[in-house]
Each structure stands twice: as structure tokens, then as C-alpha cells.
Design a protein around this ligand. Structure first.
Ligand SMILES: Cc1ncc(COP(=O)(O)O)c(C=O)c1O
Length: 453
């Protein structure tokens, strides 16, 4: 039976992220009670196929016994061990060296954290430390992309460029800037890929010139903009930004919090273009979302400058109690076993091709403006009119209604603002799982549109 008192307690006490708070009080929570494979089960016992991997994090799917065993064993053996001072633990040491081996070339040093937001915060602190330590303290400005998402820490939320994360929060700060997103579908130069790339590079160059190169520290971007609406930049984007950052003398931070760990068909999205950032942030899929953990990988050059900075007795004053947590690290090691040796990344790449092929067939529907994606990451952008690309009227809440209908039929994904639907199935999906997803999705799209017109 549905536990009304639980819903009531939630209403009264839990302040949820990214809801209109009064609306949530009215609606009440959907309470997930259990999960298995690619399914979530709610408090009523209703089973729903998860096409979003929780919050694009459960990359290995639910109920992976090796992850559960790794956590259990580690909880029994050493449930906590600090990484502060000169202390360490075996799972975190092994994980750091494994990440350094698997990550894009040159990212050889790892700072651990708990989630994507603090990984980005760490990246910002490291950049400041690096420039101060190397005698360039005036390099303080950060440039990101419009529609970018880099978490909701007091610093990262200003690098984020989504209005809800700024409104009433006094960000972005004066040292945080944004240039247009390489959003080909709606770009002024779109959809021509080369023109979008060229204009993105030109926008970065112009912004650096406006601020003054000697004052700009870094450019930060996601390889595919996730929370901004799964915006897939034209091929060559990361390479172009790497080259531009080198020319401009600024650092490149790539935020792979969503795209890491097989999401786009390779272990890291940077691999598609053979790009090595100066700093890379990861979280989510690192532990397949089973326990919290993130990592900020930094290049050997950045690390060496940091290490040279502290003279005797001057410690590197950054860290968190749970950084390098042994249970999280044990789960991350087990997740890497599944991704790399267990073939999950490969499966995600193969099924991802089928998934996108199938999703693309929805472009024949009158209100599907664009289907875009890479690997197991995709979006459907809904429009009122395909030729003008005009969005559906706000009041219709078309995206939300497609989701509500799909939930009733047994499928969950994400409905973003702007009537964009987001998909991030786990890497263990089969073609049959894609087929069952498609059946509900097509039905729900047709139903929600039919109710309107
Ligand atoms: C690209 C990116 N960076 C950072 C974050 C923040 O991660 P977390 O929610 O774990 O703090 C997210 C979360 O979705 C993200 O997508």
C-alpha cells in the first residue's frame, strides 16, 4: 500500500533540488522503493523502465552484484580511512593509479571528492592555486558556455549558465563569463557544423581579448552539454577548443561528470577527439551512482607547479573528510572492472548506435524538431512547428506531459525546460530494452500531442 505519511513527511521536511517548491508541496513525491536491472520500482510496486540511469549516473544498471559485494567487503574491512595528511587506503590508491592510466594522456594526478559539484569546485581552486603559485595572480577569469552545467556549488553555479541556478543566488560572479553554446540546431550559424565551430572559437577569442589574456585563467566545457538539453557540439569541437586555449595561453577544463565512463561510447568523451585537457572532472558513472564519489584529474604540469609551490611546512590546504573514501573507491574499482574488462563500454557503444538509429525514426513525427545524441546519451527537441522551430507554448507543458504519459505506461526519462526530452539509458541495455523503450515513447509522444491539437 502507498504510504501517505511518507509523502507527507517529504512534503514537510525535504527540500528537493530543481522543483518549484510550492508545486512539489502540492504534487508530493514519487518514492522509489527498489530497483533491479534497468527497472525502478515505486512505493506502489509499479515497475518503470529507467531510460535515464537515475540521474545519468547508474551507468552499469541496478543490482550489479560485484558492486554490492565490493561495498560490503570494504564496509567490513575498513569502512572509513582518511586521506588527509600522509594517510591512505588501498582501494583509493589503486583507483587513482587506474584513473591516471585510463584517462587522456597527461592527466596523471587525482584529487578525490564526493560529487560533480565539489569536483568542479576543486578544479577552480586548483586553477587559482596554479596561477598564484606560478607568479600569474592576475589570471582569475573563467569562461564557460551558455547552457553549460557545472554543478551548484557557490562557485560552480556561476560557471553553470542555466537561469534557475543563477536567479536569487548572486551568480555569476564578475570573473565568470559565458560564450554562445555550439548548439547547431538553434545557432545563428547553424546547422552548418564548420560555421558553428568557427564562430565558437571566434567567440572565445573575442571574450579573451575583451577581458585581456593576462587576466583569463581557464575555459570550461562539457564535451556534450547535458543539463542544458543534451547539446551535441559539431565533431571537432573539443579539439578546436583545446587548440584555441593553447593559442590563448589559458587552461582547458573538461567536465566529464556526465560523459565519463562509457556514456558516449568511449570511456571518456575526450577520446573521440584525442584531446587531453589540463583538468578533467568526473563523478556519477565513476561508481555507477551506487555511492558518492568524484575525482578531479590534473595534468602533471599543473601538479608539478602546485608541488613546487609549497615550501617547507606549507601544506596544500584543500580536501574533504570523505575524499578518497575506501568504500566509494572499492565500488569505483569494481565499476571500472565492469566498464573496461567486463565490456560494458563496448556494449553501450554498440547498443547506443541502435538506440540513436531508433530514436531518429521519431523525427518523422510532426512535433519532433530534432533527435540528437552520442552513445547512450540523447535528446528529443519538441517544437510547435518544424520549419520555424518555434517551441511549443509554455503553458502546454508538452515535454512534461509526454513524460507523465510515459511514466503511466512504465517508462521514465527526463523532461527539461524548453520541451527537450533527455535520455541516458544504462550501458547494460539490450536492443530489446531499446525496443520496449521506443514503444512507450512513441505512444506517449503521439498521445500528448493528440491531447493538444
Ligand atoms: C557536467 C556536470 N558537472 C557537474 C555536475 C554536478 O554534479 P553533482 O550533481 O554530483 O554535484 C553535473 C551534474 O549533473 C554535471 O552534469
Amino acid at each position: 500500500m502507498y504510504d501517505h505519511s511518507l509523502i507527507q513527511q517529504d512534503r514537510q521536511h525535504w527540500v528537493h533540488p530543481v522543483v518549484q517548491l510550492r508545486e512539489h508541496e502540492q504534487r508530493g513525491a514519487t518514492v522509489w522503493a527498489a530497483a533491479e536491472g534497468i527497472y525502478l520500482i515505486d512505493n506502489n510496486g509499479k515497475r518503470v523502465q529507467d531510460a535515464f540511469s537515475g540521474l545519468w549516473c547508474v551507468n552499469a544498471g541496478y543490482g550489479q552484484q560485484s558492486l554490492i559485494d565490493a561495498a560490503t567487503r570494504q564496509l567490513q574491512k575498513l569502512p572509513y580511512g582518511t586521506g588527509y595528511f600522509h594517510f591512505a587506503n588501498e582501494p583509493a590508491i589503486r583507483l587513482a593509479s587506474r584513473l591516471a592510466r585510463l584517462a587522456p594522456k597527461g592527466l596523471s594526478r587525482v584529487l578525490f571528492g564526493q560529487g560533480g559539484s565539489d569536483a568542479v569546485d576543486t578544479a577552480v581552486r586548483v586553477v587559482r592555486y596554479f596561477f598564484n603559485a606560478t607568479g600569474r595572480p592576475e589570471k582569475k577569469h573563467f569562461i564557460g558556455l551558455q547552457r553549460g552545467y557545472h554543478g551548484s556549488s557557490s562557485t560552480g553555479s556561476g560557471l553553470t549558465a542555466l537561469p534557475a541556478f543563477h536567479r536569487y543566488f548572486d551568480v555569476p560572479a564578475a570573473q565568470q563569463h559565458h560564450i554562445p553554446s555550439p548548439y547547431a540546431y538553434r545557432h545563428i550559424d547553424g546547422p552548418d557544423a564548420a560555421a558553428v565551430l568557427e564562430s565558437t572559437v571566434a567567440a572565445l577569442e573575442a571574450k579573451v581579448e575583451e577581458i585581456g589574456a593576462e587576466r583569463v585563467a581557464a575555459f570550461i566545457c562539457e564535451p556534450i552539454q547535458g543539463s542544458g538539453g543534451v547539446i551535441v557540439p559539431p565533431p571537432g569541437f573539443l579539439r578546436a577548443m583545446r587548440d584555441a586555449c593553447d593559442r590563448l595561453g589559458i587552461l582547458l577544463i573538461v567536465d566529464e561528470v556526465i560523459t565519463g565512463f562509457g556514456r558516449t561510447g568511449k570511456l571518456f568523451a575526450c577520446e573521440h577527439e584525442n584531446v587531453s585537457p589540463d583538468i578533467m572532472t568526473v563523478a556519477k558513472g565513476l561508481t555507477s551512482g551506487y555511492v558518492p564519489m568524484s575525482a578531479t584529474l590534473v595534468s602533471e604540469d599543473v601538479y608539478q607547479a602546485m608541488a613546487d609551490a609549497g615550501s617547507e611546512g606549507e601544506v596544500f590546504g584543500h580536501g574533504q573528510t570523505y575524499a578518497g573514501h575506501p568504500v566509494s573507491a572499492a565500488v569505483a574499482n569494481a565499476a571500472l572492472d565492469l566498464y573496461v574488462e567486463g565490456g560494458l563500454v563496448e556494449n553501450g557503444a554498440a547498443v547506443g548506435r541502435y538506440f540513436l538509429e531508433q530514436l531518429k525514426t521519431l523525427e518523422e513525427l510532426p512535433h519532433v524538431g530534432e533527435v540528437r545524441g552520442m552513445g547512450m546519451l540523447a535528446a528529443i527537441e519538441l517544437v510547435a512547428d518544424k520549419s520555424s522551430k518555434v517551441r511549443p507554448p509554455k503553458g502546454q507543458q508538452l515535454g512534461q506531459r509526454v513524460l507523465a504519459c510515459a511514466m503511466e505506461e512504465g517508462l521514465v526519462f527526463r523532461a527539461f525546460n524548453d520541451d527537450i526530452l533527455g535520455f541516458a539509458p544504462s550501458l547494460n541495455y539490450t536492443r530489446a530494452d531499446v525496443d520496449s523503450m521506443m514503444e512507450i515513447l512513441r505512444f506517449s509522444l503521439n498521445k500528448a500531442v493528440a491531447e493538444n491539437y
